[in-house]
Design a protein around this ligand. Sequence first.
Ligand SMILES: Nc1nc2c(c(=O)[nH]1)N[C@H]1C(S)=C(S)[C@@H](COP(=O)(O)OP(=O)(O)OC[C@H]3O[C@@H](n4cnc5c(=O)[nH]c(N)nc54)[C@H](O)[C@@H]3O)O[C@H]1N2
Ligand SMILES: Nc1nc2c(c(=O)[nH]1)N[C@H]1C(S)=C(S)[C@@H](COP(=O)(O)OP(=O)(O)OC[C@H]3O[C@@H](n4cnc5c(=O)[nH]c(N)nc54)[C@H](O)[C@@H]3O)O[C@H]1N2
Ligand code: SF4
Ligand SMILES: [Mo]
Length: 710
Amino acid sequence: MEDTSVYSLCFMCSIRCPIRVLVKNGQVQWIEGNDNVDGLGKALCPRGAAGIALLNDTQRVQTPLIREGERGSGKWRKASWDEALHYVAEKINAIRNSDGPQSIVFGERTNLGTHVSKTFMKALGSPNHFTHDALCKGSANTAFRSMFGYTDAQMGADIKGAKHIILYGRNILEAIEVKPVRALLSAIEGGAKLTYIDPRVSVTATKAHDYWMIRPGTDLALNYALIHVIIGENLYDRDFVNRWVTGFEELQKFTAGYTPEWAEGETGIAAGRIKALAREAGKNRPNVLFHHGYRAAHHKNEIYLRRSILILNSLMGNLEAPGGLFFKKGPGEAGKNGIRKLTDQALPKPEAARFDGCGLAAYPLADPAHGIPQRLPYAILNADPYPVRALIANRFDPIASMPEANTTRKALEKLDLIVSIDINFSEIAGMSDVILPESVYLERTDCVQAANGMKPQLYLRQKAVPPRYDTLEAPMILKKLADRLGIGEYFPYDSVEELVDWQLEGTGFMRSDFAEKGFVSYSKNPIRWDRENGLKIKTPSGKIEFRSSLLEDAGFPSFPEYEPVPEPTDKDAFRLITGRVATHTHVSTQNNLYLSEIFPENVLWIHKERAAALDIADGDRVRVHSAWGEGELNAYVSDLIHRDAAFLVHGFGHRVVRAGRSYNRGVSDADLIENVTDPAGGSPGLHETFVKVEKRRRKTKGMSLLDAHR
Ligand SMILES: Nc1nc2c(c(=O)[nH]1)N[C@H]1C(S)=C(S)[C@@H](COP(=O)(O)OP(=O)(O)OC[C@H]3O[C@@H](n4cnc5c(=O)[nH]c(N)nc54)[C@H](O)[C@@H]3O)O[C@H]1N2
Ligand SMILES: Nc1nc2c(c(=O)[nH]1)N[C@H]1C(S)=C(S)[C@@H](COP(=O)(O)OP(=O)(O)OC[C@H]3O[C@@H](n4cnc5c(=O)[nH]c(N)nc54)[C@H](O)[C@@H]3O)O[C@H]1N2
Ligand code: SF4
Ligand SMILES: [Mo]
């Protein structure tokens, strides 16, 4: 067989970097970045490079499975697709008839086939489709809508064009998207300055010109003080603010008392440094980027931190300027048609209200396009607002990815049906009655990716090799299930390729157009809006709303007074913070053959003086616990973390035996963290929990952070 080169999209995480896959004799030989794409080169991150290990993994789910033993006992029998889908359809039909379609809930990580799943749920008559979005950045989504009338996903940040980049725990060099990594490094090489703010010395901190070890949870105090100086010393873009902003005077009055000296007491950052940053930013505006972050699920008042960052950008007047925030342009901006989605069809309107209160009285501002996943356990446990009987989880692990995993486990026990569409023996697969295995990304074509940006483009994930095992693509799994549920009419395709062709109708592009470079562009040149008259702000006032009608109409303030962040009160108490490492994706790669060897388990970062007071040395075994769960792991003791904080890499502590390489390695942060939600923004506060740490006296083999990295 000939060597072939297939352009596709990585899916070792959901960033979907464009890739070129080299196939020889039907085997994937090599994967690299698609260097036809501006700013990407051939680069991949470590996880992207480990895609071949996923493809060939003998520990992934290989056939449909139906549970035989107790829930969670790990006993399933192999089933044919026909049998497994028939089984699921029968159960769903019975539940739909007894309790109504709203008692069926579908949760997924937003993906290229989300329009298929949304269609599936609407056709069933259930309002209860939700995505992971709130867990990741829901409060940033709401913050963007409150300021600009666009979601965070509809806007971008031009890192490459900035003269000064300020990052609030946006750990670009470990929480990786390949393009921004390269953009940041090239900006730095080109002379840009990097200021990095994090209670922990991450890899990004080591590349910064200025690193600030902030007291965890106090970034909002810092920003109030920055705004105070920027307005007080006239460092902002007056013309831009006059033209585009409403609520400036209220902001000025509000921040008058929040001085840098006050912020120093709260954040631990010297007032002089805060003033210097404000002045430097003022000098370089508009090419200064206060990055709005990625994961915006830290605190209960998260929306206000994200809004304060957006305010700083607006004061710099950086919108649509090089190095600033920009509005992503779609095909319409180039006078062309976008792709079709199954949700464009006329679909039944579900009668019941959502289970999670999203868009309703409980959480009026969170985005109903995504929902509030972390409310699911309470809806089930309290049958509030109605009984939930069945969960379908697609490419999403509600147990490991939502806080208070033990509460989630208890709630899921009550369901009549749990189905997961997964590739791994994840925590949710481990509890499922039926596991429907998806083909991995190298084995499947997916729905078209509409990549809006400065240049609107379309990308396509294209199958590089046939499936190794008895697996299917999710859009086919749902179509086959829909056929068995009498709602097949909404799924007018017999293969994903046919669905792609249907999506492309009217765009002027065809599937074959993706063969040459892996993507197609609607416009040759970047589209920028005119900063004087051409910004299309979509708030009710048509202005950037410092004073937000969205918030105030729902009864939330635009400028809440700062509430001091509590310090740990006991000698053994630490504020738990969580995050990424370059070698793993959330909860899904810990069992990868290569990645599990490079980084087999997480360790607990604590400050050396705090550790000494507890008689804990580097590499010692410790017990970490909260009111919600506990675990045992090794301590990483250093001065690279703030005294108040303890840090855990997210994603470890797997409990499913079939995931043999990751089983019982490290501790799950989800077991420890309390499930609390930002009532305005919709995200969980993942950094609100204090944990206690104690030394384990028994001798166990220790692994230091360095060992873990080896
Ligand atoms: N405690 C804590 N919780 C967190 C976070 C944290 O830092 N700490 N981070 C939050 C953030 S930012 C996010 S984005 C979410 C992420 O939450 P999730 O989306 O749940 O996490 P992932 O690890 O990306 O993927 C979950 C599941 O997708 C499966 N999967 C992977 N590839 C495929 C595929 O091709 N097809 C199918 N069908 N399944 C696949 C994996 O096996 C895994 O079971 O978690 C959030 N939750
Ligand atoms: N390798 C890898 N890359 C990924 C992913 C992955 O799973 N693995 N996931 C992708 C996804 S979905 C997301 S959302 C992004 C996440 O991208 P980021 O949001 O950049 O990364 P996290 O690791 O979630 O962020 C946590 C950082 O915030 C710091 N931090 C904690 N508390 C505070 C605080 O009070 N103030 C400040 N300033 N900093 C604080 C933590 O120490 C940590 O370094 O990464 C994306 N890229
Ligand atoms: S960031 Fe890494 S794992 Fe994620 S899509 Fe890109 S190359 Fe793949
Ligand atoms: Mo995320």
